[in-house]
Design a protein around this ligand. Structure first.
Ligand SMILES: [Zn+2]
Length: 466
């Protein structure tokens, strides 16, 4: 037994990048991992998923998960494959969403390995998946669903309390006490303008040793919503084209559907068929509908009052495409319609087929509505690429490309600082994570200037004593 219980935090991921969130809390022999995300985007980042974790997974007592996005939960099956046997604490809806996301991720890992085997470009011989569906199943079996607002003991001397973060369904700010030190993790923080979710919970009062805060948009101020979305859709329809919206399966699809229903009801866009074409998105839609009916702690009370028992996502033209054959019926549509399909950065899933068919046609429009990481097709489109590589060939980009930022479910710089300032006491440390290089440093400086607190953007692998 180690005698010194002085807790430390080690930044195993989402330091110098926006993906791979993993924060290790250690006190004596106790180890708790907060988030367990995949690195995504550039190849050099994705390769990091293959490096052994800096700590033996078998020695980790528990995982605390803030939300179900892959960059926060996607490494869990690998952690279990490599020996982790503790519980994974999270909220009920995060557990439900993470199950869908992890099974899908496992399937993609296996398919990619099979593809690499066929094309013989893997360094593994034969190529192996990072994890498979069995590993995902074993990780899912370790989930423990906890209620919002109720402290739970996750390991010896470690308690965690989840509070609504307003980012996606189930997403939490986590308030952790370890060996007498208190540390609050923002997880990913919403904006307080979500059409369905409550605003991020203020930092609960009391003395505070550290806050770990995301900074995805820490160097930016979100644009105020305009009627650009309606204008772009109407212009596309007027010239006989269709609109493709690559959208993250979880949450972004819901927000877009709400916006489309409201615009159709207001008459600002024509009534058009809307196709929701992502099996994962359709499952997530049902979790949202269920949460609205039940009125879970993170659903806005006014939304529950108005929509419980009704469907806020369907203006009467929504068609849910479950099978691949159904999906193929809308490849390169000849009648104007709106297709919402995952993945949101065009890196995989059914949207790749739609992009391949629609990008070469100048009648159509592709509207990117989410964060586009460096190295993804979505980013290439936003950056004005004349062609993008798909299924082994160059696909010319002739369709109109638009990016609409106002659907962001991440707080911007001012919103992040406003949330930090909800703390009743100055924290000893503010650790700025989950930002691309430069952004986290810029935001840390912003925090120092506006609060006088000790804010710093840790480097990957850095350990700090609390
Ligand atoms: Zn997220």
């Amino acid at each position: 037994m180690t005698t010194s219980p002085s807790p430390t935090i080690t930044f195993l991921g989402a330091a110098g990048t926006v993906t791979g969130s993993k924060f290790l809390l250690t006190a004596g022999d106790t180890r708790v991992l907060v988030d367990c995300g995949l690195f995504q985007g550039l190849k050099e980042l994705r390769l990091k998923n293959w490096e052994p974790l800096e700590v033996d997974p078998a020695t980790i007592d528990a995982v605390v998960l803030t939300h179900a996005h892959l960059d926060h939960c996607g490494y869990l099956p690998r952690l279990v494959k490599d020996g982790f046997r503790g519980r994974i604490h999270t909220t009920e809806n995060t557990a439900k969403l993470a199950e869908v996301i992890l099974r899908d991720s496992a399937r993609i890992q296996v398919e990619d390995a099979e593809y690499a085997a066929k094309k013989k470009f893997s360094k593994h011989n034969p190529p192996k998946p990072l994890y498979d569906e069995q590993d995902a199943g074993r990780a899912i079996a370790l989930f423990t669903a906890d209620d919002f607002g109720v402290p739970v003991d996750v390991a010896a001397g470690v308690s965690a309390t989840f509070h609504p973060a307003g980012h996606i369904l189930g997403a939490a700010i986590v308030d952790i006490t370890i060996a007498g030190k208190r540390i609050v993790f923002s997880g990913d923080l919403g904006r307080g303008e979500h059409p369905l979710l409550c605003a991020p919970t203020a930092i609960p009062a009391g003395s505070l040793d550290a806050v770990v805060i995301e900074s995805t948009y820490g160097d930016r101020q979100h644009e105020t919503p305009t009627d650009e979305f309606a204008t772009v859709i109407s212009e596309t329809v007027a010239r006989g084209g269709s609109v493709l919206i690559p959208a993250f399966a979880v949450d972004r699809t819901e927000i877009i559907l709400i916006a489309l229903r409201e615009m159709m009801e207001a008459g600002s866009i024509p009534r058009l068929p809307i196709f929701a074409d992502s099996p994962m998105a359709l499952k997530a839609l049902d979790f949202y509908r269920d949460a609205i009916d039940k009125g879970t702690a993170d659903i806005r009370p006014d939304v529950q009052a108005e929509w419980a028992g009704r469907d806020p996502f369907d203006p009467g033209t929504l068609k849910e495409l479950v099978t691949v054959d159904e999906s193929k019926t809308i490849n390169n549509p000849t009648q104007p319609c709106i297709i919402i399909s995952a993945s949101g950065m065009g890196t995989g899933g059914r949207v790749v087929h739609h992009l391949r068919e629609m990008l070469p046609n100048p009648l159509h429009t592709v509207i990117l509505v989410g964060y586009q990481a460096i190295g993804t097709r979505g980013r290439a489109l936003v950056d004005g690429a004349e062609s993008v590589r798909m299924h082994g060939r160059e696909v010319p980009v002739k369709a109109r490309i638009e990016q609409i930022q106002s659907f962001s479910v991440h707080a911007d710089g001012e919103e992040l600082v406003a949330w930090l300032k909800t703390a009743s006491d100055a924290p000893e440390h503010v650790f700025v994570v989950h930002g691309e290089t430069g952004v986290a440093e810029t935001f840390a400086q912003h925090v120092r200037q506006s609060t006088n607190w000790n804010a710093h953007a840790p480097k990957a692998g850095e350990t700090v004593a609390l």
